[in-house]
Design a protein around this ligand. Sequence first.
Ligand SMILES: [Zn+2]
Ligand SMILES: [Zn+2]
Length: 416
Amino acid sequence: MSLRQVYQRPAAELIGCADCGLVQMLPPVPANAIAECVRCHRPFAPPARGSIDSALALTVAALLLLLPAASLPLMRVTSFGVPRRNWLPTGVEALWNYGFASLSIVVFIFSIAIPFIYLGLMIWVLGGIRLGLTASLGKLFRWTAALRPWVMLEVYLVGCCVAYTRLESIGSVGVGTGGWCLLAATAAAVLATLKLDEQSVWDALPPHGASSIGKQAISCETCELIIDARNERSPCPRCGATLHRRKPDTIQRTLALVITGYLLYVPANLIPVLSVERFGRPDPSTILSGVHELITNGLWPLAIIVFTASIVVPLVKLFGLTLMLIMTRLRSRRGLVFRTRLFRFIDRIGRWSNIDLFMISILVALVQFGALTSVRPEPGAIAFAAVVIITMMASRNFDARVMWDAASEPAAGQRA
Ligand SMILES: [Zn+2]
Ligand SMILES: [Zn+2]
């Protein structure tokens, strides 16, 4: 067991690695140390950089700041002497009015619904622990954990920055009170995530009726509780998730989503995602021409961010998952630790691809100056949003542990 500075665990306990599946005995970890998996080097608990109290305070602050962020103007742009302002919900409304209902719903869910629900649930769980009312909090914290990858406040904020710079070529742009509140809310929410040691929340939520563990143990996918393997398919006594040795049908589901991702990646990049209409003449632009426009305006850093997030990240995810599926099929032992780390990385970066989607929703809401200049969404944006969501779902459905299972099984076995 390799130990690094930072975290403290109370006593020896059985622990199942969520990345490689190895069930191992974790000895008492000295103060200021952090334990890693013996096999894949996954840290078992993130460094405790704060307490539940500070995470709770920051989450409350984030929610309180998000209210004005959603109700006050985010940005204003003045073009040809006409001022226009946008609010968080205006992008949703504008996409809906152009007949892009699916995009409108996606933007609504990511930019408004999920942040509010997530922060609300988080306050409920952390506040409940603080007050000693832990009954049924396990299930709530499971929902919180499931929502976390889909909370995209910081991605939305970068989308605002990209929209801001593109708007500068149209008129004079300013940030509204809502915009500053959004910046502060995002900072508080990000800090809360950094301050929160998820495992200490799970440790504060005791499982109902602890059972003894026989020869075979499985670990809960959500809360990582170790349970006797005979309890497979029954609800986890701590978080209520259905227990599985591995994520069900992980290979088939991931494969189906990866293939769909490849098929949608082509139209997402070839078909225009938006068009700028000047004096009645439409000028459609694809994701790549949007990047080109940023370069011609001398905005290299933003161009690199958008190119990486929108074009490189989805490809890295698709290629990475394809590699993992093939090597699992071949029962390869090569680069298991690297593949596991790559998977963890892929699973985390996927959300950043939504920058362009949010930028489109902001431009469509703000740039409506009648015949002079207007921006409208184009069908490529639907394909693009689908690629982002489908590749995120693909990595969520992939169970990294099957790579280790496949590598350690004899070729005759067909278990995965
Ligand atoms: Zn491991
Ligand atoms: Zn659980």
